[in-house]
Design a protein around this ligand. Structure first.
Ligand code: ACO
Length: 400
């Protein structure tokens, strides 16, 4: 009920809210989060129901279009994704410009942004049909671009997509097949990847999604806006956190630190216990519950023993029993166990944020569209508390 704009013009006051801890820049009907109770719902559907019964492409449709797809809608959507999976040859040539060993996340954001050059007709979205087309192109091609980014970073030849394969199986094929040897992952591996992507598909106004909405609020096109989201995701406190978890677990595994020493250093604020704590969740992140079980199940089914899984569980138990973490309501977040799944799938660590970006793409697209549809919505333009010199006279060089 409080009209902030009116209040500001009357009093000259602005809200000082570093980190936007208590600022809601938009209204949204996409994802519901109750951080105190550990509840997450996509378009009203509980995350555990979606995770156990849905697929990633079904989730993408739900987030983007607002309803669960019918069989026909999903099959048309999947066929559309197959039709869009190839890159324009000139877009493929972009990869030649990147140096060997270049980070795949840099390639991903650059090439996704460049898609705008190849689809000038979709820079302005004027109808639902155009939006559908642009969304399908991005959801499909981001997987090809991600796999090509990996192959380029490893100096490996590109493996072209195979339209006969499902979304996740096709991605693993582009990642790991070699000429004359088709990579054939187990159904459990494919299911685990679909689950990983599904659980990352949206999480309301996180840093990258807010970035997408902010960029989109200037009426920037969808390709540019989601590319900005990829850049925001790259940071260690966001999409880079699960790689941080794995590094931490590896240090313990290599005997460089014990779990207790890691906790002590985190409590002394020498570093953050990666994969712990969340701006919104003040209880166990519901995605972490599912991923912990999924990591355990996948390792068992693949017959892989991973010492890092045992270390993660030990670290978690120690942290949860420690008053420092209890007082601050710090619990495992989505990143604590997700890296173990990626590791079991042979995905290298530098690809971890890229995997997150593929998963988050439906959420970014849905939020961009919601922003786009909110006619009269304002350009995002926060204020600041100015702390510099208010007025000075210019000083010529000789007098400085
Ligand atoms: N390890 C140790 N202490 C922590 C941690 C942590 N992981 N997270 C928060 N704290 C402490 C802070 O030092 C602070 O303590 P203080 O009150 O004594 O100063 C208190 O808990 C509150 O922390 P804030 O930084 O204010 O919490 P904020 O909401 O700003 O940060 C964040 C949330 C960034 C996720 C933080 O918990 C963190 O850095 N976690 C580790 C990185 C991580 O796992 N990121 C992934 C997040 S999920 C995602 O992006 C998909």
């Amino acid at each position: 009920g409080l009209d902030i704009t009116k209040l500001r013009s009357q009093t000259g006051c602005i809200t000082y809210d570093p980190g936007y801890m208590n600022t809601g820049p938009c209204k949204s009907a996409i994802t519901f989060v109750d951080g105190e109770q550990g509840i997450l719902r996509y378009r009203g559907y509980p995350i555990d129901q979606i995770a156990s019964r849905g697929s990633f492409t079904e989730t993408a449709w739900l987030l983007i279009f607002g309803e669960l797809p019918t069989r026909e809608q999903l099959s048309r959507f999947s066929a559309g994704l197959c039709a869009e999976e190839l890159l324009h040859e000139d877009l493929r040539h972009h990869f030649e410009g990147f140096p060997p060993g270049g980070h795949p996340m840099a390639m991903l954001s650059a090439v996704v942004n460049s898609m705008g050059c190849y689809h000038p007709d979709l820079l302005e979205i004027e109808s639902k049909g155009e939006f559908y087309l642009a969304a399908s192109k991005i959801i499909s091609k981001v997987r090809t671009i991600a796999a090509f980014s990996y192959r380029k970073s490893m100096g490996l030849p590109f493996m072209y997509p195979n339209p006969a394969l499902s979304y996740c199986r096709n991605f693993l094929h582009m990642m790991f097949s070699i000429p004359h040897k088709h990579y054939d992952p187990s159904p459990e591996a494919v299911r685990a990847l679909s689950l990983f992507l599904t659980l990352h598909a949206d999480h309301e106004q996180n840093c990258s999604t807010s970035t997408v909405r902010m960029v989109g609020s200037s009426q920037a096109n969808l390709f540019a806006s989601v590319s900005a989201g990829i850049c925001a995701l790259w940071g260690r406190l966001h999409g880079g956190a699960n790689a941080g978890v794995m590094e931490m677990l590896e240090q313990i595994s290599e005997g460089k630190r014990t779990p207790r020493e890691v906790l002590e250093l985190a409590k002394q604020k020498k570093f953050r216990l990666m994969g712990f704590g969340h701006r919104i969740y003040k209880s166990y992140d519901p995605r972490a519950v599912i991923l912990k079980q999924a990591a355990h199940d996948l390792l068992t089914k693949l017959g892989k023993l991973d010492r890092l899984m045992d270390i993660a569980m030990e670290l978690e138990a120690l942290a949860l029993a420690d008053p420092y973490f209890a007082e601050r309501k710090l619990y495992p977040n989505v990143d604590f166990y997700s890296g173990l799944i990626l590791r079991a799938l042979n995905i290298p660590m530098q690809m971890f944020p890229v995997m997150f970006a593929i998963g988050r793409m439906p959420g970014w697209i849905a939020h961009w569209y919601e922003e786009h549809q909110q006619h009269g919505s304002k350009i995002h333009r926060p204020r600041q508390i100015f702390t510099g010199q208010v007025l000075r006279d210019y000083v010529p060089f000789d007098e400085r």
